[in-house]
Design a protein around this ligand. Structure first.
Ligand SMILES: NC(=O)c1ccc[n+]([C@@H]2O[C@H](COP(=O)([O-])OP(=O)(O)OC[C@H]3O[C@@H](n4cnc5c(N)ncnc54)[C@H](O)[C@@H]3O)[C@@H](O)[C@H]2O)c1
Length: 368
């Protein structure tokens, strides 16, 4: 089997962690006998530097992504480009247009805490003795962030009124529900749908539609929860959740809450999925949940695990190489169990050894 991916390492720690992720990709593709051809293209600050500040997303980069099965993204941004006009700044001018261009409607963000890293979580250790592993599936292109009309108007009485409109079509809810049920099938087969169906018409349609889609996934146990309660339960008992699906606004907040309680941003990958390709798998963009970490860039000390787990998600959702994805996940677990830690998750506890980016990458490859 042969796959094509486009690599966009970007800025800051992006290129440093990408090097390790690509070594892991090469190692699993050899072990599991498939081919991945990859080419690197400019994005973000690196593209601005390469185009005399013309654009953070050159057409040549978009064309390369269009020809690929998936995009493996590093991170973009940094102080050097913060004073440029907003629409050509790395995140706004590259990341958001890429999501839009490829219609990336489903955002998958795991919020997980390895059993030996529970001390890094702000959740009390006795509540998560074995860590936790939740996957948040967030609708990314609809809902209140995009609904029209949107306005701020001065009223005849002098008061000022702001309007945002929340719109969801049944077809949009159906397609995100299908992604979530499919993801749950590959996990513990439990799906929690989060809405506010006691107040919002959008949520009434959301709940009805999710129930309809559930008929195609009889093995998945479906539960519903209002978003305010979900926000509380996630900090109280994160280990009881498996897969969670929700709209754009609620997902924005809950996925950040999950990243926070996991306690180690450098460990969390993410996936943004778009259309189903001819091979039945999703086109997707895969990247760490964190940013370009300019405070530690260039020192070789960033945690490469989020980028390496992004490779695993890409293999799972866009390339259909499930055995290789499982092998990467298991190798990462093994390295964490061995006590090897980059600075962001190192506490100095007994059994821990401090390691740099390249040493973690090498240990993961050795564990494959
Ligand atoms: N998707 C993206 O490309 C993306 C996302 C968020 C922020 N950004 C950009 O990144 C830059 C920095 O933003 P920020 O500081 O708010 O967020 P950040 O995620 O880059 O950093 C927050 C903290 O987490 C640490 N951290 C993040 N990833 C790490 C890793 N792999 N290993 C070890 N430590 C890690 C950083 O050192 C820092 O202390 C900004 O320019 C921002 O616009 C880009």
């Amino acid at each position: 089997m042969s796959h094509t991916i486009t690599i966009l390492s970007g800025d800051g720690i992006g290129p440093e962690v990408m090097v390790e992720a690509l070594k892991v990709l090469d190692a699993v593709s050899e072990k599991f006998s498939f081919k991945v051809s990859h080419s690197e293209h400019l994005v973000g600050g690196a593209a601005l530097d390469g185009t005399n500040n013309e654009t953070p997303l050159p057409q040549e980069t978009i064309t390369a992504c269009e020809k690929a099965d998936a995009i493996l993204f590093g991170s973009v941004g940094g102080p050097k480009w913060e004073n440029l006009p907003p629409d050509i700044q790395p995140e706004r001018g590259a990341l958001l247009p890429l999501r839009k261009h490829f219609g990336l409607f489903a955002n998958l963000r795991p919020g997980s805490c390895h059993p030996s890293l529970t001390h890094a979580s702000p959740v009390k250790n006795e509540l998560i003795p074995d860590g936790f592993d939740v996957l948040c599936v967030r609708e990314l292109t609809g809902g209140i962030y995009f609904g029209q009309p949107k306005s701020i108007t001065t009223l005849p009485d002098g008061d000022i009124e702001a309007i945002d409109t929340m719109v969801y079509r049944k077809s949009e809810i159906e397609r995100i529900a299908r992604v979530a049920f499919t993801a749950a099938m590959g996990r513990d087969k439990r799906l929690l749908s989060v809405d506010k169906a006691n107040v919002l018409q959008n949520s009434v349609l959301w709940r009805e539609t999710v129930i309809e889609v559930s008929k195609d996934f009889p093995e998945v146990e479906l539960e519903h929860m209002y978003v305010d309660n979900a926000a509380m339960q996630l900090v109280k008992r994160p280990a009881s959740f498996d897969t969670l699906v929700t709209g754009n606004l609620f997902g924005d907040i809950l996925s950040d809450e999950m990243a926070m309680i996991s306690g180690s941003l450098g460990m969390l990958p993410s996936a943004s999925l778009g259309k189903v390709k001819d091979d039945g798998l999703y086109f997707g963009m895969y990247e760490p949940s964190g940013g370009s970490a300019p405070d530690i860039a260039g020192q070789g000390i960033a945690n490469p695990i989020a980028q390496i787990l992004s490779v695993s998600m890409m293999l799972r959702y866009s390339l259909g190489e499930i055995a290789a994805a499982d092998a990467i996940d298991a190798a990462v677990q093994k390295v964490i169990d061995s006590g090897l830690r980059t600075g962001d998750i190192f506490t100095g506890a007994e059994g821990e050894t401090k390691a740099n980016t390249a040493e973690i990458g090498a240990a993961i490859i050795a564990s494959l």
